[in-house]
Design a protein around this ligand. Structure first.
Ligand SMILES: [Ca+2]
Ligand SMILES: [Ca+2]
Length: 229
């Protein structure tokens, strides 16, 4: 799954890319389409699943999941304690702003296969993390970070910048977009050197409409592809 910036009409030129046998193997993914900006940003994820388009209109279309994926930088990090897991989420419609009070995006982490989450990686803002009230209208500010919510204690810690890259260096087009990346340090979602595997599912909520994906398995120590080198 490739997630280009929305300003433009770029897409992967091929649905499949061949790689040499052996581990590791490098693969080049050709990008085709009209390039509006001089510095389009693209990342690739291990496709976890695709999800039908429901044809919702207006802001509700931003609840409609289309493609979900995950990635890990384990091969460069060297250990799970230094690894970051990245979740890529593509929705059918644009949000105006990815503020949680308008668009709630939650990656639920299940560490023990019991169909309930131990942690959730959620979109919020830095004020939400500081005040520990991630969903309140009063906790919104323009420091767009994701929070990592402990499902048991409901405490939240910062997980990193939404879309990873600092906005003073890169324009990741946070507003009026339908794709985003939520990073999460592996150790903050309960992963260890002996347990790098987990399941995740994505729950989106806009107004009164929600959508929940199937559970998707992922191994942070063996992600399949690595786009961080
Ligand atoms: Ca959908
Ligand atoms: Ca669980």
């Amino acid at each position: 799954m490739a997630v280009p910036k929305a300003v433009g009409n770029l897409a992967s030129a091929r649905a499949k890319v061949g790689v040499m046998t052996g581990d590791p193997s490098l693969a080049a993914v050709a990008i085709a389409g009209a390039r509006v900006l001089s510095d389009p940003l693209v990342s690739a994820f291990v496709l976890g699943g695709t999800n039908g388009v429901r044809g919702l209109s207006g802001p509700r279309a931003a609840v409609d999941q289309v493609a979900l994926g995950a990635a890990s930088d384990f091969s460069t990090a060297g250990s799970i304690s230094n690894t970051t897991v990245y979740f890529g989420i593509a929705l059918a419609g644009n949000w105006t702003t990815p503020q949680r009070v308008f668009n709630s995006i939650n990656v639920q982490i299940d560490l023990n296969n019991n169909d309930s989450s131990e942690f959730e990686v959620i979109n919020t803002s830095i004020e939400g993390v500081i005040s520990n009230t991630v969903s309140g209208r009063d906790s919104m500010n323009d420091g767009f970070v994701n929070g990592i919510l402990n499902s048991e204690t409901e405490d939240v810690v910062e997980g990193g910048l939404i879309n990873v890259l600092p906005p003073d260096k890169f324009d990741t087009a946070l507003m009026a977009n339908s794709v985003l990346i939520l990073p999460a340090p592996a150790r903050k979602i309960g992963l260890t050197e002996t347990q790098p595997r987990f399941r995740y599912r994505v729950r989106t909520l806009v107004e009164t409409v929600s959508e929940t994906s199937n559970w998707i398995p992922f191994d942070a120590a063996r992600p399949g592809i690595d786009t961080t080198r």
